[in-house]
Design a protein around this ligand. Structure first.
Ligand SMILES: NC(=O)c1ccc[n+]([C@@H]2O[C@H](COP(=O)([O-])OP(=O)(O)OC[C@H]3O[C@@H](n4cnc5c(N)ncnc54)[C@H](O)[C@@H]3O)[C@@H](O)[C@H]2O)c1
Length: 264
């Protein structure tokens, strides 16, 4: 890696980076010179992505993490600091989705989704900010929200609520820690062809809301004015931008990268 790359020397962590959007962001960060800790509930997929990045000439390591568990998140960040010599950028990207018609959402469903998407992001931010403060260097936190953090979607009401929570946490932390040059922003993907959407599409069929495979995906993706569904790679440019000095005067922002589905 040459010193001229935009993210050379940045010490970064991406949660949920074993596949999908997180893996794409991790590959993009590494290609721009960052050292990347690939963190995921599934240690095998995380190790696979890290291997692939190293084989391509990038710098990466991997670790298991459960973003719902504070001790696990703390260990992930401490391991990153030990491995790379410090911490500059944290992507709280891990998330889960669940399809439930509004009246069918149970207390357990609510807690399951909120635990990962809401509490997981809160813990990730708290543990990252504590370490960035101790380091005294400032830093950047980028949370993965969603178009569902801007509009409530049926039958994804509790998922939408969890993503509105991500936007609120992003704004509140940006206000709280701006004076210490800790920038906090969020990205809102639209309809991205990942394993998560395969599960959502299956959820629509299981709920009797759609009949054929990809029907829900196609219906939702048709809202993108750029005329196609999103790929995980579509998120990489904005993710790298928010991690870089090009975004040095941006904080508290929630950027839609959705092909124009939602205009804010
Ligand atoms: N795919 C989309 O269309 C879309 C749209 C908007 C927002 N998002 C958001 O983008 C993020 C990534 O989505 P994706 O499509 O890549 O999903 P995905 O399901 O393909 O990948 C998510 C990854 O997160 C990991 N994960 C799940 N729970 C975890 C936990 N408790 N701790 C650590 N890791 C955990 C999974 O093992 C998996 O590797 C999520 O926050 C999701 O809500 C996705």
């Amino acid at each position: 890696m040459t010193a001229s790359l935009p993210l050379s020397g940045r010490r970064t962590v991406v949660t949920g980076a074993g596949r999908g959007i997180g893996a794409a962001i991790a590959r993009g960060l590494a290609a721009q010179g960052a050292a990347v800790m690939i963190a995921d509930l599934n240690p095998d997929t995380a190790a696979g992505v890290a291997d692939e990045i190293r084989k391509a000439g990038g710098k990466a390591a991997s670790t298991a993490v459960d973003v719902r568990e504070r001790a696990s998140v703390a260990a992930m960040l401490d391991r990153t600091i030990a491995e790379f010599g410090g911490l500059d950028v944290v992507f709280n990207n891990a998330g889960i989705a669940q399809v439930r018609p509004f009246l069918a959402i149970t207390e357990d469903d609510w807690r399951t989704v909120m635990d990962v998407n809401g509490l997981g992001v809160l813990i990730g931010m708290q543990e990252a900010i504590t370490r960035l403060r101790a380091q005294g260097t400032g830093g950047a936190i980028i949370n993965t929200a969603s178009i569902a953090g801007k509009q409530g979607y049926e039958p994804l009401a509790h998922y939408s609520a969890s993503k509105f929570a991500v936007v609120a946490l992003t704004q509140a932390a940006a206000r709280a820690f701006g004076a210490e040059n800790i920038r906090v922003n969020a990205i809102c993907p639209g309809v991205v062809a990942t394993d998560m959407w395969k599960l959502i599409d299956q959820g629509f069929r299981d709920s009797g809301l759609t009949g054929r495979e990809n029907e829900a995906f196609d219906q939702f993706a048709a809202g993108a004015v750029l005329g196609r569904p999103s790929r995980a790679e579509d998120l990489v440019g904005v993710a790298c931008f928010l991690a870089s000095d090009a975004a040095a005067f941006m904080t508290g922002q929630t950027l839609l990268v959705d092909g124009g589905m939602v205009m804010d």
